[in-house]
Structures are given as C-alpha cells and as structure tokens.
Design a protein around this ligand. Structure first.
Ligand code: SF4
Length: 308
C-alpha cells in the first residue's frame, strides 16, 4: 500500500490481495518480480509466493482514511489537479484471482504457516478457492462506499473482468459511482476484456482501460462501449533481465484519434523502454527504461486527459 506512487494516473495504491493466479504478462510482471525476486517470501506484507493470492484485510479501510486531495495541487502530476484522491486497487496482484492448485512444495521454506494447514497428510496438492466475493464486498466495496471512502475514487484494475462481472451480479445492488472498474489490454487477442468489462455496472459507471504494455497495433472502435470510459496507454518498460518490446508511436496516435472520435478521455502514460517512430528507435535521455518524461515526447502525444 502506498499513499504516494510514481504511477502517473493515480495518487495512491492499495492491495487488499497480494499475489495473483497469473496472466499473459507474468514474465514481465513487476508485482511477480517484487514478490519472488526481491522478497523471496520473507516479508509478512507480501504473499508467501506470488502465485498464492493472499488476503490482507483492513488495508482498504486504512487507505479510505487518507485525506481528500480535491483542491490540492499535485506539482508532479498536474493533470490530476481537481480530482479527488485517485486510488489504484490491486497493483501488486489481481484481487479477482480464481482458484488454482497449490502444491505442497510451493510453500516450502516459508516461515509462517500460510496455506500449509490446509494440507492433509499425504496431500501433494490442494485446490485453493478464488478470492471470495464476501471478502471483496467487505474489504473493498464497503470501505469505498463508507463516509470516508466516498471522498475518493477507487480504480479497481483486473485482468479478469468476467469474474468482476460475476461479482457485480452476485452483489445484487448498484455498482457505486466512485469505484471505477478497469481492465488491461495488451493486444488484439485480449480485447475481449473490454467487452467483458461492459458487463460491470450500468450506463452511469465510469470504466477504464489500461492499454499497457501495448504490444501491437489495436483498435477499440467497433466495440460496444456502454457508458463512460477512460483510456490509458503505454509502452512496455525495460527490465534488467529483459529489454522491452517495441512500442510504435503510430499505435498511440491511432488510439488517441479513436478516443477523440468516441469522446473518450485519452491518457498517454509512458512510451516504454523501446519506442519506435517511422521504423527507427525514438531516443530518450530521461527515464529511458519507462519513457515517462513527456517533455521528451513528440508534442502531439503529450496528452494526459482526465475524465471530468
Ligand atoms: S494479472 Fe497483473 S499481477 Fe497478475 S500476473 Fe498479470 S500483470 Fe501480474
């Protein structure tokens, strides 16, 4: 959890669930790198192992108590000025993770008994449940809609919008306006998530797409996009062990223009570690691993629009 974050499109992050059942980004996932590489299961604030989604009740309530930021300037993120505190829910896992097999060996070497007590003698593996809807309701929705939580906007991102839609139906009550459901898209193959996200909430719900890392040219035109949207785009960051995949600036321009035509606010977060323009590398001096310093970008791409 952090009341401050470098992520350009929000003020804070909160993780009532740490860890995740995985997705197509697992090999480049910074949350997984943090869990398994740097911390190696040694910290009680992290899941014992990344692929064991672990509940941390109480974190959302704590974040709900943070001060409102409406009316306070954000010198490093001026595009957020005027917004309430923008809180990214789940940047270190996926709170909608489904059930999975947990192998006894997965937990070897962990100091605490997280998960171990569920094994009966002779069991090599057990099926763990997905993150329970009851937990998500109490931990996230009840806190986000409490008198303190209502002062903020909660940006709940998942790679599992179909499970989020099941959760929305299970709740049996309207989706709160200050919880914005969001999903990630990386390629044409994952555009189905946009359609699945439309099933969460109603026409008044603000949904968002995190199209990052964008790995190829995609188009969002032609999809039925119920209600209000916000589109965030970015190229892949470079990591020590793995250079970023190329990010063609033409893909960003295409999405920017589609958003303009659809009257959707567009936010270019970063150019990533390997931006390309007209077939040539686009050189960056500042923050070259992420390409997040927009003073180095072509002027027509310096677009960071927020929903009104
Ligand atoms: S869903 Fe998110 S946290 Fe899980 S592996 Fe993918 S990028 Fe990482």
């Amino acid at each position: 959890m952090g009341d401050k974050t470098l992520i350009q499109w929000c003020d804070s992050t909160v993780n009532p669930v740490m860890g995740c059942a995985g997705c197509e980004l697992l090999d480049v996932c910074y949350a997984s790198e943090w869990h398994d590489g740097r911390l190696a299961g040694a910290s009680p604030y992290y899941a014992p192992q990344f692929n064991v989604p672990t509940l941390f009740p109480g974190r959302t309530a704590k974040m709900a108590g943070e001060p409102d930021l409406r009316g306070r300037p954000r010198p490093k993120k001026p595009w957020l000025d005027g917004m309430p505190r923008m809180i990214f829910v789940s940047d270190m896992g996926d709170a909608l993770s489904e059930g999975r097999y947990l192998h006894r060996d997965d937990l070897e070497g962990f100091p605490v008994g997280q998960g171990k007590t569920h094994f009966k003698p002779g069991d090599d593996k057990i099926m763990t449940g997905g993150v329970p809807f009851e937990f998500l309701e109490e931990e996230i929705m009840d806190m986000a809609t409490s008198s303190r939580g209502r002062r903020h906007i909660w940006l709940w991102l998942t790679k599992r919008p179909e499970r989020m839609a099941e959760f929305a139906e299970w709740r049996g009550k309207p989706w709160p306006p200050n919880v914005w459901p969001g999903t990630s898209i990386t390629s044409t193959k994952t555009l189905w998530r946009l359609d699945a996200l439309s099933e969460v909430g109603d026409a008044s719900t603000r949904r968002f797409l995190s199209i990052e890392p964008l790995w190829e040219e995609i188009s969002i035109s032609g999809h039925f996009m119920l209600g209000n949207w916000w589109v965030i785009v970015g190229g892949e960051s470079s990591q020590k062990a793995r250079p970023a995949k190329p990010f063609d600036l033409a893909w960003a321009r295409k999405l920017r223009d589609e958003c303009r035509a659809l009257e959707i606010p567009f936010f270019l977060k970063q150019l990533g570690g390997a931006p390309v323009e007209n077939g040539e590398p686009y050189r960056l001096r500042l923050k070259p691993a992420h390409g997040g310093a927009w003073e180095e970008w072509p002027e027509d791409l310096r677009v960071r629009e927020m929903p009104s």
